[in-house]
Design a protein around this ligand. Structure first.
Ligand code: SF4
Ligand code: FES
Length: 508
């Protein structure tokens, strides 16, 4: 019996494949672009859109690569030979594009998906730029609410069923199905207009066209005017990988970022919409010092640092930090506390969770705090320094009872009466740093330049300045130096940090 074939030729080059792999998977694994609408690596294969056609040597008809196994039939002893860019393949795709556009409204100028629409991209890349029919387009329902957060436009829908399969296979809540026939077939809600799953908004991301859009993000900005940055969802402790999107200071959206070991392609709606507080009109935008008249007034950074040093020397005490503070910030908070002869603690809320991406622990770096040896603040107690990002972690009672003289606050509403000096706390989307998720994975967040008031001194720098107020011999280490100190701690021995090994991969 002939040996099992374990390679495939794609565009003349031989590639190995694993048992069960399809042609499109090996193409994508090797950086060979094959267009796809209904294929998603996290869902079952439907094979209904036909855009992924490739030419197979010996077969006069192009074949869909998402459903085609790399392994030839058992009686064939030669590897398959595939062409992804041949005339046969392109002709097939061009025909598919023409068919999909027969009833499409071509409303790209007012569609939120423009700029990240597969239909738009493939129309340029694979479309013939012509239509063989001039019949009137079928009219279908538009602006249909799918629950409270999603809007469906049936005229833009290409019936790829990705959204339906997500609700069947990932959340297993089955809220969607196809209804109607022929060119009047549309996606319908089988539930009574509401999603049971708290992960419904993922269908917006996987919809390859503009048929499903987010009520929250609709009409807010063209993508090409926005800044994007890789970050971590700080609404829970799972460490869901995300991309933040903002424009001219305003936080506009969050989308999940693929990480096979944490969240794959998905995130919760709660995490996705949990950015609103960052756009508060009452953000602290400059350092404030309480004057002799008892009012807080804007001050220069170095004057505020001097004033903070004076206030802390007069009343030193514990440092209480938000459970979403980065590892670097927590480590420096601990150094500041010990320089004052006090202790550092972190505060983090708990709440409802599930057995997937929503954790009961809400402190995004509570695990990091524990590893550093910070105690968890269970109730309001005295603290000289407070670092507050989210209200729910360092709550109103904690803020008032602490009597802190130096406060890092995101919003003026969070500043307690006791504050003598207030430093602006940039939101997590505006800071770079490390977080340890609930499973002990250290992950990095990057700053998004398009979000927040800008020009805020990072808390890491301010904390080093404050330590210097108590320790004349203190040597500035910068963020990288602080990370080195953390890595040298026993609790972090052998723990991989971002950059040591790949903790995130790029998905399809
Ligand atoms: S709404 Fe989008 S994801 Fe759902 S079937 Fe239509 S095109 Fe596909
Ligand atoms: S991606 Fe292959 S048929 Fe749709």
């Amino acid at each position: 019996m002939a040996d099992k074939v374990s390679t495939i030729f794609i565009n003349g080059t031989e590639y190995p494949f694993k048992e069960g792999q399809t042609v499109i998977q090996v193409c994508h694994e090797n950086g060979i672009d094959v267009p796809h609408y209904c294929y998603h690596p996290g869902l079952s294969i439907a094979g209904n859109c036909r855009i992924c056609m490739v030419e197979v040597e010996g077969n006069p008809q192009p074949q869909i690569s998402c459903k085609m196994q790399c392994a030839p039939p058992p009686w064939v002893s030669e590897p398959l030979k595939i062409q992804t860019e041949s005339e046969v393949a392109e002709e097939g795709r061009s025909g598919v594009m023409e068919m999909l556009l027969v009833n499409h409204p071509l409303d790209c100028p007012i569609c939120d998906q423009a700029g990240e629409c597969h239909l738009q991209d493939y129309s340029y890349e694979h479309g013939g730029g012509k239509a063989s029919t001039s019949t009137a387009k079928t009219k279908l329902p538009k602006n249909v609410p799918f629950g409270e957060k999603i809007v469906y436009d049936a005229e833009r829908c290409i019936k790829c069923t990705l959204c339906v399969r997500f609700c069947q296979e990932v959340t297993e809540t089955n809220e969607l199905d196809l209804g109607g026939r022929g060119d009047e077939e549309i996606v319908i809600m089988t539930s009574k207009g509401e999603f049971e799953t708290p992960y419904a908004m993922n269908i917006i991301d996987i919809c390859p066209v503009g048929a499903l859009t987010s009520k929250d993000f609709r009409f807010k900005s063209r993508l090409w005017f926005m800044d994007f940055a890789p970050s971590i969802d700080t609404s829970s402790a799972k460490g869901v990988n995300i991309t933040t999107g903002g424009r001219e200071g305003e936080f506009l959206r969050i989308e999940p970022r693929y990480n096979p070991g944490v969240n794959q392609w998905w995130m919760s709606d709660e995490g996705r919409l949990g950015y609103k507080f960052v756009n508060s009109p009452t953000r602290v935008k400059a350092p404030l010092v309480r004057g002799e008249n008892g009012e807080l007034a804007e001050a220069l950074w170095h004057n505020a640092i001097d004033a903070a040093g004076t206030a802390l020397r007069a009343s030193p005490g514990d440092v209480l930090v938000d459970g979403g503070c980065t590892l670097e910030e927590m480590a420096l908070a601990q150094e500041l506390a010990s320089a004052m002869g006090a202790k550092a603690k972190f505060a983090a809320a708990t709440g409802e969770g599930d057995d997937w991406l929503i954790t009961e622990e809400k402190g995004a770096n509570a695990k990091g705090g524990e590893m550093l040896g910070l105690a968890r603040a269970k109730r309001a107690s005295a603290a000289a320094v407070l670092m507050i990002e989210r209200d729910e972690h360092v709550n109103a009672s904690m803020r008032e009872k602490a009597g802190a003289v130096v406060v890092f606050a995101l919003d003026m509403e969070q500043v307690p009466d006791s504050a003598q000096v207030v430093f602006p706390m940039p939101s997590w989307a505006e800071r770079e740093g490390l977080l340890v998720n609930i499973d002990g994975l250290v992950q990095a967040m990057e700053r998004n330049q398009g979000i927040g008031p800008g020009n805020l001194t990072p808390p890491v720098e301010l904390l080093e300045e404050l330590i210097g107020e108590f320790d004349d011999a203190y040597e500035w280490r910068g963020r990288e130096g602080v990370i080195e100190s953390i890595r040298a701690m026993k609790a972090f021995e052998g723990v991989p940090f971002p950059g040591d090994t790949a903790t995130a991969e790029v998905g399809a």
